[in-house]
Structure formats: C-alpha cells, structure tokens
Design a protein around this ligand. Structure first.
Ligand code: GLU
Length: 488
C-alpha cells in the first residue's frame, strides 16, 4: 500500500465526546504528518439510534478543533458514498460473494431458538455462542425453512479447526486470538442491514485505508475483521488500538453524568480549541519531555503512533483547566474579548449595545479578568467588579474602616497623585503606592486595605494596581469620596 489513508468512522448515535474526538485527532495527526488523507465515514447502520443532527454535530466540532477531513461525508471523494446506509448494495454484493465461496451461510434460527441456545450454554457454564445449527443445512432443509417463511441472517463461517489469528498492532505488538473463541458472527441482519464488523471491512478495503487507528474497545473485533479480509482476499491494513480514556478513579470515562465530556460542552464553557487539541494529544501520547504546552505544529512534528501508551490515559480535568487558562492568557486579547462578550451578556452584566460602545474599556476589563480564569464561563464572576455598582458586603464595618484620620490622609494623597499622572498604567499605580508608603506616616495596611475596600467593596480580589488603572482617576476618586461620606 503506497498511499497513507486514514479514516474516522463515527456512529452518529450521540453527541461526540472526547474519547471519539481523540481518535479523530490521532488519525488526523498521522495524515497531516505523513501527507496522507483522512476520510470521514459515517457509520449509521444502527438506524434507530443514528441521526442527522448528531452527524452535523460531529462535523461541526471537528471543524471547531481544526480537524477537517480530506474526503468523506460533506466533502466527497472518489470512494463514496461515505454513509454506510448508502452503501447497502456494496455490502450485499460482498455478502453474496462470501455465500458463494462458502465463507458465509444463511441462518434461519428464530429468536426463541437462539434464546434457548444461550440459556443452555449458561446452564452448562459455557460461553454463550452460536452452536452452528444452520452451518451445514441440506438443500431440502433450507427449502423447508424458506417455505415456512422464516427470515434469515447471514453468518460468517469461522474455521472449525483451531487457528491463531494475530493482530499485528503498532501500539500493542502482536496480539493473539484463538479462532475457537470466535463465534459464527452475523454479517447481515434479517432486515438486510450489514453489521459493523462486516461493513467496516468492506469500507476500509474499498476506500483503500492503510491504517486503522481506533479505540482499544475495538481490539476484540479485529480478529473477526481479519477473517473477513482474508475470505475476500483483501489486503490487510495496519492496525493501531488507542488506550482507553479513564476518569480520575481509573474507571472507563463515562460520557454522561455530571462530568460529561461532550466536545460541545467544552466549547460552550469557553475552552479554546487549541487547548483542547493540545490536551487531547496528550491522552495516551507524550512528547517524550516534560513540556506539555505544545503548539499544533510541534505536535504534528513530534507525534508517533509507536510512542502511544498501551495503558489507559487518565482524563485529568484539572490539567485541562490549567492548560486552558494558559492558552486564554496568551491568546490575542481581541479574540478573547469577542469570545467573552457572549458570557457577559448571558450573565446579564452588559447588553450588546454596551459591548459595542465600550469595547476598549471592556478589553481592559477582560485582560484583567482572564488572569483569574480556567475557562471563559468564569469571566463574568471576575469582571463583575468592573461592571456593577459598588456594593459593600458589610456596610457597617466598611464605614468603621473609613473613619480614621489616617484614611482621610491616604485617600486625599492618593487622589492627588492619580490626577497628577497622565496615563494610569498598573506600573504607574504601583509607583504611586510606593510614594504613599514613603511619604505618609501611616502603616502599609492603612494604605492598602481601606483603599481596596473603597474601590471594590471587598477585602480581597484582583491586583489593586490593575483595578485602579482600569477604573481610571475619576471613578476611583468618586469611590474614595463616597467611602468617606459613608464614614461620616
Ligand atoms: N463506528 C465505530 C465506532 O464509532 C467505528 C469503529 C472503527 O473505527 O472501526 O466505534
């Protein structure tokens, strides 16, 4: 196989989550790095659970992360169609071929018969599996079933003799399976729908996929698929099974529940795509050194399937938060502002007109607010101080705090110095505070504490130098005056 061709074949049966997106990412990385193509195929044979809406979500979230495919659903290409429900005639043709070559057979067993088979196996402490009743039906028996009007499924005929099936996995090395533990599995259901294990092989082979990179949960399917490749004389692709993603308790990551991991939820909470990209790349892979903040380009350059771990990758939300915070602080302010405004509007702190009219001031507010957040949904709490009327948590004790003569002295000197400076950068404000300490005969606490309280209403919070620089001299002077009035 000369061309490197990857595929991402999600089933659109739910909102796409981190686990699946990590698979998409690793495939995308290999394609990007080796100049290969990534095919997006939609595996919608489970028609009851598949929906167009989920398919659109997959495409939209891939786009958001910059993981666009080169070929497939929504793009086109020479190996289409790329939705499995549009490929039934292709599966049919290969199913017929297996029937004719004796690799598959029609099974007429009813649900009740299969149920009984299963119960018997369980009673005898055996693995429930199909007993091969229909494997060698005579022509007359087949005709009798047909005459009864029985439905049938198509089963793959697993070789009777024991055989080792070796999955040569790029990450796991050689993984051996014994054919005797494999069932005569169904490749076509009675409703004419191909099953996953069958359709996936036909598609991967006809779409000339060179590398099948997918989650470890599919490793046990691979020997069955290899048997189909062989029966149809298809060339085998290379396989790589990615480690499972585990939660902080080392249990398989749950998609639902309070800590859900849908990609869309991270987007909605204000995680940046480049942060999630970086974080997902490290779910099972590491660059080999300590550095964890890696650009897209660096990851593409350094990524290697051979370096992917075999053991489960822990999804560490704290690490994601830390990483996202870093990306938020180093991103272009203008972009962070644009992304933050909807959160401010949503929280009722501002409306869209205000955002338009006060963009420069908001940029200063967001620049300060972003120093304290992990994701942008936390911005309103940090920015609130600048966008609401001043309110004292405890007006009574605030009044006491402002009542001393020393405080009057500090406030008066501070006001004077603020007006004396042209532009109030945080650095200049820091100089002012230093001067106050040097020039006034009062303790440091008397300089800092009442000032913070008068300006923010709170005893602690963001850097005062930034706060004062953002509010400007007029607003600060007003707040200092109001505080003194409160004390009278
Ligand atoms: N539709 C399957 C899934 O989403 C694809 C598995 C595979 O990559 O073969 O799990």
């Amino acid at each position: 196989m000369d061309n490197i061709r990857l595929r991402f074949p999600p089933s659109p049966t739910g909102k796409i989550h981190i686990g699946n997106m990590r698979t998409a990412l690793f495939n995308w990385l290999v394609a990007e790095q080796k100049g290969g193509e990534l095919v997006l195929r939609i595996e919608d044979t489970d028609q009851a659970r598949s929906s167009k809406e989920f398919e659109e979500i997959i495409i939209r979230e891939m786009e958001w992360l910059g993981l666009e495919a080169d070929e497939g659903v929504g793009i086109g290409g020479e190996y289409g169609p790329y939705r499995q429900t549009e490929r039934l005639d292709i599966y049919q043709k290969h199913g017929d071929e297996l029937l004719e070559s004796g690799h598959a057979y029609k099974c007429y067993c009813t649900q009740a018969e299969l149920e009984e088979m299963r119960n018997k196996a369980v009673e005898n402490d055996k693995m429930p599996r199909y007993d091969g009743s229909c494997r060698n039906l005579s022509q007359a028996e087949k005709e009798a079933y047909e005459a009864e009007g029985r439905d049938y499924v198509l089963r793959f005929k697993m070789p009777k003799e024991e055989r080792l099936i070796v999955v040569d996995d790029i990450i796991r090395g050689k993984v051996e399976f014994n054919s005797s533990v494999l069932d005569d599995f169904i490749i076509f259901k009675s409703d004419g729908m191909a099953t996953y294990n069958f359709a996936v092989v036909i598609d991967d082979a006809l779409m000339k996929i060179s590398h099948v990179i997918r989650g470890e949960d599919h490793l046990s399917n691979t020997p069955k698929q290899i048997m189909i490749y062989k029966a149809l004389n298809f060339e085998l692709p290379k396989f790589a099974h990615l480690p499972l993603i585990l939660d902080e308790n080392k249990a398989k990551l749950k998609k639902r529940g309070k800590d859900s991991v849908y990609v869309g939820e991270f987007r909605e909470q204000g995680y940046l795509p480049e942060a999630l990209f970086n974080f997902m790349a490290l779910l099972g892979w590491s660059s080999g050194d300590e550095e964890e903040i890696l650009s897209k380009e660096e990851i593409i350059k350094r990524f290697a399937l051979e370096d992917v771990n075999k053991s489960g990758a822990v999804f560490d939300r704290e690490k994601l938060n830390w990483m996202n915070g870093k990306y938020i602080r180093s991103a272009e302010l203008d972009r962070i502002l644009d992304l933050s405004i909807p959160f401010l509007i949503e929280s009722g702190l501002i409306d869209s007109d205000y955002a338009k009219e006060n963009r420069d001031w908001l940029a200063e507010v967001i620049d300060e607010a972003r120093t304290g957040v992990n994701y942008l949904a936390q911005i309103p709490a940090e920015a609130e101080l600048f966008l609401t009327e001043l309110e004292f948590e405890d007006p009574q004790s605030a009044a006491e705090e402002f009542s001393g003569e020393d405080v009057k002295l500090v406030f008066a000197a501070l006001k004077e110095k603020l007006y004396a400076k042209k532009e109030l950068t945080p650095e200049r404000v820091a100089e002012i505070f230093k001067e106050l300490k040097d020039e006034l005969d009062v303790g440091a606490r008397t300089i800092y504490h009442p000032t913070r309280l008068a300006i923010t209403g709170k005893g602690s919070g963001p850097e005062m130098t930034s706060v004062i620089s953002i509010f400007g001299a007029d607003e600060v002077a007003l707040r200092l005056d109001n505080a003194l009035e409160l004390a009278e």
